[in-house]
Design a protein around this ligand. Structure first.
Ligand SMILES: Nc1ncnc2c1ncn2[C@@H]1O[C@H](COP(=O)(O)OP(=O)(O)OP(=O)(O)O)[C@@H](O)[C@H]1O
Length: 290
């Protein structure tokens, strides 16, 4: 659905996107995760044909991004953009629907975006969170093959955020492709099939959130020390570091399953505890070393 090859864009001396290669299959929900200034918005801008790359190529649904947008294959929700004044929410969303070849009924888009009851409200008399939902309805009303959302939940409170993701999942379940950028690691973890971490304009990690966690720290396996010495524990499969405190060993491992199996083989499982690295630590470690 999306194919970026060697995509690059600089603003003066700042290299916003620095040779981005990324392929996203149809039907995937992908999070683009990265710190401020990582290049997420610039990448999205190039995918939508809004930003001209210096080099490399972006293809969307096999087309040049501008063509893909013109043919109604893409819906987008960008970070800024005021709504047109003096029209109702339903009129506004209906107007956007009219620019797509096969839109969904406006009422359905309003429902997915959590706007039922607000269709008759003037678009310039809404709260920040409601505006955000109207922009979501505008992005999905065309029933596009791909929806691209740049930090979609930035202005939403916890409840509105939950509502937003319910609507987004319902949309994704129609077999649609979703790409969203976020700083919220929990969102990437919970909502995406795949997490692409970018820093300094490059992809630095790409996989399921479980895989991303594994790349960095894997897990910690703790056991009471009995049968094995510290040196023997350090030799177990997956183990990268051993800490011993009060007769208890904490093994940092890249493969908790293999480590635990080996411990079991040595009959050295006593008070076993396995903890995973959370995505937050994985993300920080990745973006620091990038
Ligand atoms: N129009 C512009 N003019 C000059 N520099 C820009 C412009 N847009 C982006 N940049 C620079 O390019 C880099 C990448 O910015 P971009 O907005 O793509 O990152 P981002 O990951 O979306 O950040 P954020 O999470 O803060 O929105 C930053 O260093 C930014 O200052």
């Amino acid at each position: 659905m999306i194919e970026l090859t060697g995509l690059a864009k600089s603003y003066g001396r700042a290299r916003a996107v620095d040779g981005m290669d990324l392929t996203i299959e149809r039907g995937q929900t992908v999070a683009l995760l990265g710190p401020n200034g990582a290049g997420k918005s610039t990448t999205i801008g190039m995918m939508l044909g809004l930003v001209e790359p210096d080099s490399g190529r972006a293809r969307v649904a096999g087309l040049d991004p501008v063509q893909a947008v013109r043919q109604g294959k893409v819906g987008a929700m960008l970070q800024e953009g005021r709504l047109i004044e003096r029209v109702t929410v339903r009129e506004l969303v209906g107007c956007v629907a009219g620019t797509y070849p096969a839109p969904m009924p406006v009422g359905h888009a309003l429902e997915l975006a959590g706007l039922d009851g607000l269709g008759g409200r003037r678009a310039d008399r809404l709260s920040g969170g409601q505006v955000q939902r109207v922009r979501f309805a505008m992005a999905l009303v065309g029933d596009p093959e791909l929806i691209v959302l740049d930090e979609p939940t930035a202005a939403l409170d916890v409840r509105a955020r939950q509502g937003f993701w319910t609507g987004m999942r319902a949309f994704a379940e129609r077999g649609r492709t979703v790409l969203f950028s976020t700083h919220y690691l929990e969102e990437a973890d919970e909502q995406a099939d795949r997490v692409v971490v970018i820093a300094r304009g490059r992809v630095i990690a790409d996989g399921t959130s479980a895989e991303i966690k594994n790349v960095v720290g894997g897990s910690t396996v703790a056991v009471d020390m009995k049968e094995l010495t510290a040196a023997e524990l350090a030799e177990l499969p997956g183990v990268v570091q051993v800490e011993i405190r009060n007769e208890r060993a904490r093994l940092h491992t890249r493969d908790a399953d293999a480590t635990v199996m080996a411990l079991a083989g040595a009959r050295a499982v006593h008070n076993l505890e396995v903890t995973g690295v959370d995505l937050e630590s994985a993300f920080l470690a990745l973006t620091e070393v990038a």
